[in-house]
Design a protein around this ligand. Sequence first.
Ligand code: BYC
Length: 313
Amino acid sequence: MQDPEKKFQEKIDNEIKIEPKDWMPEAYRKNNIRQISQHAHSEIVGMLPEGNWITRAPTLKRKAILLAKVQDEAGHGLYLYCAAETLGTTREEMINDLHSGKAKYSSIFNYPTLTWADIGTIGWLVDGAAIINQVMLTRTSYGPYARAMVRICKEESFHQRQGFEILLTLSRGSKEQKEMCQDAINRWWWPSLMMFGPHDKDSTHSDQSLKWKIKRKTNDELRQNFVDMCAEQVKILGMTIPDPDLEWNAQTNHYDFGEINWEEFWNVVRGNGPCNKERLEARKKAWKEGEWVREAASAYFEKRKTKSAFSKY
Ligand code: BYC
């Protein structure tokens, strides 16, 4: 009989997706649960900074678009929780880990949304960074995660365009609107670069994730793709990126850019960013207040099960 680990690696090498009932190394299962649940939490916590602006969006049209975007994010979180559940964890375990601080979510959602331009900037930069990362994840080796990513990426690219369009409108507006636009870009630029995680040399999971094709590119490679994309797009806005070291390098065919403040990154990841406490409190409150809905849904499910069992006779 063939060694299961060898068979598993052969599948990965031959681009055959790993499915829930397939044999997999325990570390592969755990690494996927970690990443997928962290991703799901990011979608759900990511609804909070934008949700803050639903009642204050400047027009009815903007309000409807923002509402739809935030609802999409709830949907993304749900597909991802379901994908993680296929690996043997439960929704309850994942939520408990988020609430206890054991599970992480993206550092970016611990920054405040101070003006309407922040909503445009989140769409352009945060969703932009998410797409660069997630397009690669449509080819991740775990089947349910890869399939969830295909759908999420389609919606995400619409999100990015709507964000850019908000900024384009502001960048062509009054002096105050232009200043608001530049100020939001200044505040969100560096935290957006941090979304890709630590430098490759400091990444804990990269080697294993690359070997198992959970990740296809490294943190630094994806970050570079993002910088190259934004450095061009910002010209259309007539705005600037707050980095004096940002410069085209004809030798590497990429933009050079300045050093990230890693102390700030780890501080936010460890729970001490500007909004960490507020975000977790909001999630805990929502979970508690939704208890009766979960109970009612379970009771309805049980009732339907009993009914259909009897309807056979
Ligand atoms: N924030 O070994 P590493 C979105 C942690 S977009 C917090 O390189 P890995 C959305 C990392 O977990 C955002 N923690 O890790 C957009 C690890 O700690 P643990 C969500 C971070 O996994 C708009 C340690 O640092 N996207 O959803 O190989 C609106 C060492 O890192 C961060 C995803 O989650 C960070 N930025 O690479 C609404 C994409 N970076 O776990 C929603 C899927 C690193 O050992 N995830 N850490 O305690 C990934 O692609 C990878 O997990 C990462 C990190 C690139 C993020």
